[in-house]
Design a protein around this ligand. Sequence first.
Ligand code: G4P
Length: 528
Amino acid sequence: MASYVDEIKRRRTFAIISHPDAGKTTLTEKLLLYGGAISLAGSVKGKKTAKHAVSDWMEIEKQRGISVTSSVMQFNYQGFCINILDTPGHEDFSEDTYRTLMAADSAVMVIDASKGVEKQTRKLFKVCTLRNIPIFTFINKMDREARDPFDLMEEIEKELGIQTFPMNWPIGSGKEFKGVYDRNKKEIIAFKANNGQHEVEATKVDITDERLNTLIGEDHRSTLEDDILLLDGAGYEFDLEAVRSGKLSPVFFGSALTNFGVEPFLEEFLNMTTSPLPRDSDIGLIDPFDKEFSAFVFKIQANMNKAHRDRIAFMRICSGKFDRSLEVYHMQGGKKMKLLQPQQLMAQDREVIDEAYAGDIIGVFDPGIFSIGDTLCSSSKKFLFGGIPTFAPEHFSRVQQVDTMKRKQFVKGMTQIAQEGAIQIFQELGGGMEEVIVGVVGTLQFDVLEYRLKNEYNVDIRMEGLPYQYIRWIENSDLDLKTLNLTSDTKRIQDLRGHHLLIFANEWSIRWAQEHNEGLVLAEFGRS
Ligand code: G4P
């Protein structure tokens, strides 16, 4: 039997990020197919059913059973044990999307070759860089008309501020897509178009092979030769250390739909990524190979069963081995406990598990005691993990209860939902809880709030959208907010812990605040 150290060594835990429609689901599915975790394409998630109207929120939550199970997928491939963390797309976009990235050791960024860097990629990328995790780029849909690959590289470097190293290089695109050139092996993997757009045949040919002219045509060959010269001469050097510290992103071109370039990508990716990385804590870095179990909570899923307000807490194991008999210490609660009903997720199935290792994600029954960012460890070695930042909401509403007699339930519901991390609550300076400002990352969170207050707390609310889009935490502790010189559309607010913040209608107002208030320090992420 493998030792716990071997088990940890073979783990790879990564998140897939992309703007909606770039091909994240398709790529994930192909990766799962390689691992034998699923046998049929199209089974990752009922994507069409996920397109919901607001009124079906209950339905969404029922489906959450599906979307939660498919949000972490584990499979084995060539001796590796791979955990893929899915980051929810447009409709479900919320702070959970960001928090999931806190549980990953690396990220795969899928980019649509005809579109390049898009809004959501940019946001998710920013969160990845908070932790300097390695970022691998898969430029997808090469079987469709694509933008010039040099332009795409330049855009990634400029917009995201990361160096790139193309591992392979495309030969044409769309109808003229002939395949990719593998820079390391110096061979062409030729793409043979077929109309069905299912799997494609890939032929490997050495760059010096005479058959190349017939295979890709003389024009493509000569363009490729020029491109290679340019890449070798003017591009960045490959540097594994730079990859592992998130400074250099290896780039792969391919087509997930036709399954072209996916397996070579997976193989290279597994060679370049590391087993679970040490995590920062208040007693220094925690080694994943440490025998003592430790984990932190990064996501809480409320159960929609009204009768039992139970929840599932998802945690990332950071060191050691977990088994069901293990007694753990919940730092924030100051209590020893056993983790109940531990579950792991395997493609569509949720299974109760007996053991798990550093790098794995487990969901446990939460009777309402866990909060996002909580640490669990063994009682012989107590410490706190660094916590999870508060991410900047981008939508704001003023929220009031309709019936003032229901004040108590309103306050209770609002605070509990905020504790779960489903919304962020702010107040007017010196204001109370009778009227609050709610900030969210994705607008679905407003619908969730309204639905849950009504169904779980029996409170109707009135919501009024506010015209703010940006929030900044004020880092200066000794500042009199009244003296700040701000534009008229900037608002001063506070969070429940009394931290002061500013909300802005546009970026221009943020610049104004910075230019007209010397020494003002604004942060984009809040400390938890
Ligand atoms: P997402 O999870 O990032 O939102 O994207 P998803 O994989 O669902 O892909 C979005 C659309 O792009 C899908 O088409 C999918 O089939 C297509 N697609 C993904 N990868 C490729 C590729 O390499 N080449 C081409 N040509 N298309 C690709 P759809 O019509 O919106 O959905 P569906 O009806 O195919 O499910």
